[in-house]
Write a protein of this length. Sequence first.
Length: 227
Amino acid sequence: MQLTVSDVAQLCNVGENAVFTWVQEDGLPAGKVNGSYQVNAVELLEWATTRKLNVSPAIFQKLNGDSITGGEIAEAIEAGGVVYGVPGEDRQSVLAAIVDDLPLPDGFDRASLVQLLVARQKMGGTALGDGIAIPHPRTPVVLAGAKRVVRLCFLSQPLDFGAADGKPVDTLFLMICPTVHDHLQQLARLASVLRDESFRRILHEKPSQEVIVNEIRRVEESFQGNP
């Protein structure tokens, strides 16, 4: 979903001049169509999350055309699980360890998925700050007929993922979705969940999967009824 400067200003509760400044001076990804800036909704959420800026939940209506439904990330985490102490001394070895254990169909080319994730990191970091990253390729990983899976991984040792705040990453989320649309929806929802300061603090404690899922449900419930 592409947003105009006016859309971004409204969703972020700022003036349009602030949006122009973000694009020209602060790295907000944008392209030009007929001479006017347009911003991808998911990239806006990723960018805003790294800077701890609020974006109205109305962005989900622009992505989907419907109101937000609850529990989607929580349910996907229950399907994908939480993994503790993931080994690896660099990004590639960590991503390989995560992909090796993902619930994927028999015969799926796991090595190619790792290379897609590594290539995405070289194009631009996926770290959101506070030690958290959502590694994902530019072309979403989709598996027709598969159920939505989000796996939360805590690393055995923090690694440099090129975060804007300079902090090494020890917490990764990896998603597998049945469609491109679903991937974009889940990426947007997860980025919004991760803007919740209380949830970020709890993540640093590396609690049980039950605690994590309950906290995600709490945050997602806050989306309900927001315009």
